[in-house]
Design a protein around this ligand. Sequence first.
Ligand code: FE2
Length: 578
Amino acid sequence: MAKYYVGLSTTFHDPALAVVDEQGKVLFAEAVERFYQVKRAYGCAADPRGLVRQVLREHCDPQGEFIIAKSWGRGFSRFMDFQFLLGLTNHEKLARRGAEMTRFLVDQHQLFFALWLQHSTLRLGGGHLADVLIKDFGNRRQRFVHLPHHDVHAAAACFTSPFQEAACVVVDGQGESGSMSYYAYADGRLRPVAQMKGPESLGILYSMCTDVAGFSSEAGEEGKLMGLAPYGEVDPAMLDEFRELGRIEGLKFKYPSTTQLKRWRKRLQGRGRKPGVPAIDMASFAATTQAFYAESMTTLLTNFHALGLSENLVLGGGCGLNSSYNGQLLGATPFKQLHVPCAPGDDGNALGAALLACYQDNPDLRPACEVMSPYLGASISNVSMEHLGEFGRFQKIRHLPGTVHREAAALLAAGKLLGWVQGRAEFGPRALGNRSILADPRPAEMKGKINARVKFREEFRPFAPSVLDEYGSEYFEDYQVSPYMERTLRFKDSAKEKVAAIVHVNMTGRLQSVRREWNERYYDLISAFHDLTGVPMLLNTSFNIMGKPIINSLEDALGVFYTTGLDTMVVGDYLIEK
Ligand SMILES: [Fe+2]
């Protein structure tokens, strides 16, 4: 009988679902925000019925055995029970006293109540997946496992890495008891080395600074702070203030005392961006925050390397999304190789939970040790494609099997803005050539054109390049392979004139390396563009508009196509022009 490990990411933000078979092969992984088309899907279940039915139908035998793995351990359930009772009994008083976590939970009591119910339901062996299996298929072969949050992050990062052995660090906002955990990884086994306990958190500090700069950590806008940083100068006095607050002791990031933290936070809030003030005025604050994050990480990782576990580093947890630091990491620390997974944040924990449950159950299993494909999400429905052909009645829709990439490359070279939808959606926050908006990276004005006509987002934010791997070192200094856009590298000076639209103000780019064996159609498209222009890269941004998740269905794609200045769109072998 087939056996499936279903991972559920059950934090209050970024719920996600993943399925792994008993050989450790990933069958499906997707953040629920794509299914609902609501950014970050706050408070939503990780196993919505519609998605569960779709996954069971397309990727599983519904009569198989299901091991359902949750991305938080029992400690978190107890914490939630405690907070829930506190919230119920002492609502007003606690909110007035400002007990940090409690106030947050009380303020969002409705969300929290829904979450507490979700966690309790899963604890008791329920949930939507369990119910669908019983009601639709009469299948009660289900088992539940509850896995510690940081172990799950570490599994998501290590089991998908190309390394046989590595030192692994998880850095996020908060796990069950702290924000950093260290592991030794070898042959499919994770061994805990150290865990930081307490409220100190580089992740939460970065989120707090995101809010102070006038962005929203709730909307996941830490990347905006990171993108703004290169426009500013590090303020030495402000950096010293950061250093007074957060000190490194061995593998720990420490605050001096709760009182000092409160005082510091007050001072920080005094620096907050006032209404009407442009974001660019916060650039030095952003630069200083990023500099403090980078120096703290460098010290922690150098201390970790000194334990002599490995020359390979695997980085998991939400802080793994700081591509700017990821790109500097190998130059700044003694580690020789770095792997960051395609979804280091809490959405990736769906995959981590499924993989960890699978490897714990099957001790002889060994991971493939290769770059894992990120194309693990939903496909565009065939029925929608048929309906498009039958009812579309576009002025210009052409079916071009085998040649669509060449037609698309010619349109891109002529300056057209192209929506590009192929195969299965990417797992993780980055569009990697299957749900992408693409453009010619050569003209400097292309950046402004996309911002004004398609993305409707802040002018200071950079666009990323997808580059054919074999040409990477022609364009980047100290080129590193970056399959998931997980690191930002420095362009060579000569690149500025060639690909002006994708060179950020500090001469960097958050690149995606493309190899044919990783994404044949995307590779062929960039190659065709290279043949026409001599430039082996494209500007690649996610297929969405600001504030919305990346498109999930053909209908979502058409919605963006017709309500933005996109000129043309390719879906599979169909090319649609306005
Ligand atoms: Fe996390």
